[in-house]
Design a protein around this ligand. Sequence first.
Ligand SMILES: N[C@@H](CCC(=O)N[C@@H](CS)C(=O)NCC(=O)O)C(=O)O
Length: 229
Amino acid sequence: MSDIQLYSAKSCPFAQRTRLVLLEKAIAYEEIEIDLDNKPQWFQTVSPYSKVPALKRGGELVYESAVINEYLDEIFPEPSLMPREPGRRAAARIWIDYCNSTLTTTWYKVLLAQDGENRRKLGEQLQKHFLFMEEAGIGKLGGKYWLGDQVSLVDFTFYPWFERLPVMAHYRKITLPPACRRLAAWAGRMSERPSVKALALPPETLIRNASKYADGTQTGPTADELRDD
Ligand SMILES: N[C@@H](CCC(=O)N[C@@H](CS)C(=O)NCC(=O)O)C(=O)O
């Protein structure tokens, strides 16, 4: 039996980031599925923000997907998913932060927006973020993956939202701008990785899972934190 427990939800893109890293590193773990619509009371004791993913290893409790992923990379250094050189490590953290602070927040705002004008403005912002990622991000270092030829935590941090592009297309008619050729090629390459294939959910399932955001019926912290119309 493994000494690692992951509190997770199959529908959650943040938990998917961590499940991808666990698979890539072939780390044995026990997965505890949390019903996000009906969270058990004890969940708060393992996840202070009451969110998945949260990870327990022996007596240590770690939460926030980006933090968990760096923790796993330090505890299980092979294969390494962070560059060794400090400048490149900083670049990796900058993009991970960008994904958390900019891409995903705009993403959910677009999905949650019920007012047409607000939705249009937010949709434009989302497309600008994609163009920025194309120009300032994936294109800069030249290679198969975000930071070059080695796959890294940056790739696993962004990918779940690229798997969910059909959700954006379905509910908000927003697609990756045609100029984002490198991003599109990268997403295609990522989708072929065995870890990604093992966890991939079909577009119909992703679309169904997102309906509570898109049709305005989602309540709870995620919606309250992000809704601005
Ligand atoms: N910043 C967190 C976000 C995690 C998150 O928002 N998880 C969602 C599911 S996708 C959740 O647990 N929501 C439950 C809730 O907000 O009540 C991370 O990166 O781990």
